[in-house]
Design a protein around this ligand. Structure first.
Ligand SMILES: *Cc1c(COP(=O)(O)O)cnc(C)c1O
Length: 421
C-alpha cells in the first residue's frame, strides 16, 4: 500500500484527510520543502546517510525483546517489544528530528524552530541542533515551562533558546501558533521541525517516512529472529508518528492486525481524555493547517484534553491515521490512566522494563487481549519511549510515601538556603 501515491489534484490528501491550509506567505517555503523531500526520497544516498547517522548516534537498529515472564503470567499470546526507548533522548522522537536535521542541511538552512508541550520533542530538537550546529529556538506555553522544568533545563544546557508563550491557554496549541508566526517571518533561514505526523502537507508524509525505519526493522527482526510475523501490532497514538512508524512495516501484510491505542484518560464518558478516533467527541475539522479528526465541540471550538501521559495529550491526530481508520486497516482502542498505571507496574515487576506512560497505553491493551488468545499468537508492542522522565507522575499515581518525603525535603532545602549563592 503506497500511502503517498496521491490522487491527481489531491496531493497531500489521504482519502479526505490532510491537505495544506496555510497562509499564502508560506506557500513558497512549503513548495521548497516538498521539493527537498521529493528529491531526498529519490536519492538512495540520503536514506543511507540517515541510517548511518542513526546507527552511530542513536543505537539503531533497536532490538525486539521477547517478554517471556509476562507472556507466561498472562497465559495466552506471546508478547514481543520493539525497543524505541533505547534511542538517544529515550524515544522514537530521535528518528524524526535527526531526519529533519539532515533535510535542513540539504535545504541550506541554519536555524531550526520547534513547538513542544511536554518538552520531549524540544529536548530531541535541541540535541539535533547541537549536533548539526544550528541555531535553535523552542516555543513552549508558559504553563508547560512551569510544569516541565527538567526538560527546559536540558534544552537550555543543549544551547537552545526556550521562549515561553503567554497567549491563550499557555500550552501546546499556543506554542504551535507562535512557532508558525516565527516561521512566517524567518522562513528563508529557518526550518520548522514539526514533532509528529500531523500538520500541513508534506509534514505528515515526511515524519511518517523518517519513522518508517521502525517498521522496516521490526518486520525483518520478527522474521529472522522469531521465525514469523506478529499476528497483532500495538502502538500508542498521540499525533501518530510512532504508530505509523511501526505500522508501515506491516501495512501490506493483511494477516497482521494493527491496533492504535489512544489516551482514554479518566474514561471515555468523563470529558477528560484525548481520544479523537475512539470517542463521540472526535469529529472532522480543519485546524493548524490540515484536515483530520479533532476533539472539538459543534462550533469547532477545541475541547480540553487530558491524559496521564503528556505525549498523548493532543487535540489532533495524523490525517494518515484518520484515513486508515476509515478504510478499516487500523483498529483503534483507548486505555484509561488507571489501566496504564496497572500495566506499567506489571511490566516493571515481570520484565524489568520501564516503558514511558505513553507506551504503557499500548502495553495495557495488549495485556488485556493476550490471555484470551492461543499460545502461538504473537503480539508486538511498540515501546516508544522510556519511563524515567515520568518519575514525578508515576510516583504520584502510586502514592509512594518515601518519594513524597524526598520532594518535601528538597523543597525545605531550597527554602532554608539559597543554593545558588
Ligand atoms: C511524544 C511521544 C509519543 C506520542 O507521539 P506520537 O507522534 O503519537 O508517536 C509517544 N510515546 C512517547 C514515548 C513520546 O515521547
Amino acid at each position: 500500500m503506497n500511502l503517498f501515491n496521491f490522487q491527481p489534484g489531491h496531493e497531500g490528501y489521504y482519502g479526505e484527510y490532510g491537505g495544506a491550509y496555510i497562509p499564502e506567505i508560506l506557500w513558497s517555503t512549503i513548495e521548497e520543502l516538498k521539493t527537498a523531500l521529493k528529491n531526498a526520497k529519490a536519492d538512495p544516498d540520503f536514506w543511507q546517510e540517515y541510517i548511518s547517522l542513526m546507527q552511530s548516534y542513536s543505537c539503531r537498529p533497536t532490538p525486539i525483546s521477547y517478554l517471556e515472564n509476562l507472556s507466561r503470567e498472562l497465559g495466552g499470546a506471546q508478547l514481543y517489544v520493539k525497543r524505541e526507548d533505547l534511542n538517544h533522548t529515550g524515544s522514537h522522537k530521535a528518528n524524526n528530528v535527526m531526519g529533519q536535521g539532515l533535510l535542513t542541511k540539504r535545504l541550506g538552512k541554519t536555524r531550526v524552530i520547534a513547538e513542544t508541550g511536554a518538552g520531549q520533542h524540544g529536548v530531541a530538537t535541541a540535541t539535533m541542533a547541537a549536533r548539526f550546529g544550528f541555531e535553535c529556538v523552542i516555543y513552549m506555553g508558559t504553563e508547560d515551562v512551569a510544569r516541565q522544568r527538567p526538560n527546559v533545563f536540558w534544552m537550555e544546557q543543549l544551547g537552545a533558546t526556550v521562549v515561553p508563550v503567554t497567549d491563550g491557554s499557555q500550552t501546546l496549541k499556543d506554542a504551535i501558533n507562535e512557532a508558525m508566526r516565527d516561521w512566517v517571518t524567518n522562513y528563508p533561514t529557518t526550518h520548522y521541525v514539526l514533532g509528529t505526523a500531523c500538520g500541513t502537507h508534506p509534514f505528515p508524509e515526511m515524519v511518517a517516512w523518517f519513522q518508517s525505519l521502525i517498521g522496516t526493522e521490526a518486520r525483518e527482526q520478527m522474521l529472522s529472529q522469531y521465525g514469523s510475523m506478529p499476528d497483532k501490532v500495538f502502538a500508542c497514538v498521540g499525533g501518530g508518528s510512532n504508530a505509523l512508524g511501526l505500522f508501515q512495516g506491516f501495512l501490506d501484510d493483511e494477516s497482521v492486525e494493527l491496533v492504535g491505542v489512544e489516551a482514554g484518560g479518566k474514561g471515555l464518558d468523563s470529558g477528560a481524555h484525548a481520544t479523537r478516533l475512539t470517542s463521540r467527541e472526535g469529529s472532522v475539522g480543519v485546524a493548524q493547517g490540515y484536515k483530520t479528526y479533532f476533539l472539538q465541540n459543534n462550533d469547532g471550538q477545541m475541547l480540553h484534553t487530558h491524559s496521564i501521559s503528556a505525549g498523548l495529550d493532543y487535540i489532533g491526530v495524523s490525517p494518515i491515521l484518520s484515513h486508515l481508520k476509515q478504510t478499516g486497516r487500523i483498529r483503534f482502542e483507548a486505555a484509561t490512566d488507571n489501566e496504564v498505571i496497572e500495566a506499567l507496574k506489571l511490566v516493571m515487576k515481570k520484565e524489568g522494563l520501564i516503558p514511558a506512560l505513553e507506551s504503557a497505553h499500548a502495553f495495557a491493551r495488549a495485556i488485556q487481549e493476550a490471555p484470551a488468545l492461543p499460545k502461538h499468537t504473537k503480539l508486538l508492542i511498540n515501546q516508544s519511549g522510556r519511563g524515567d522522565k515520568d518519575i514525578f507522575t508515576v510516583a504520584d499515581a502510586i502514592r509512594d510515601e518515601n518519594w513524597e518525603h524526598f520532594i518535601q525535603g528538597k523543597a525545605k532545602d531550597y527554602e532554608s538556603r539559597n543554593i545558588y549563592s
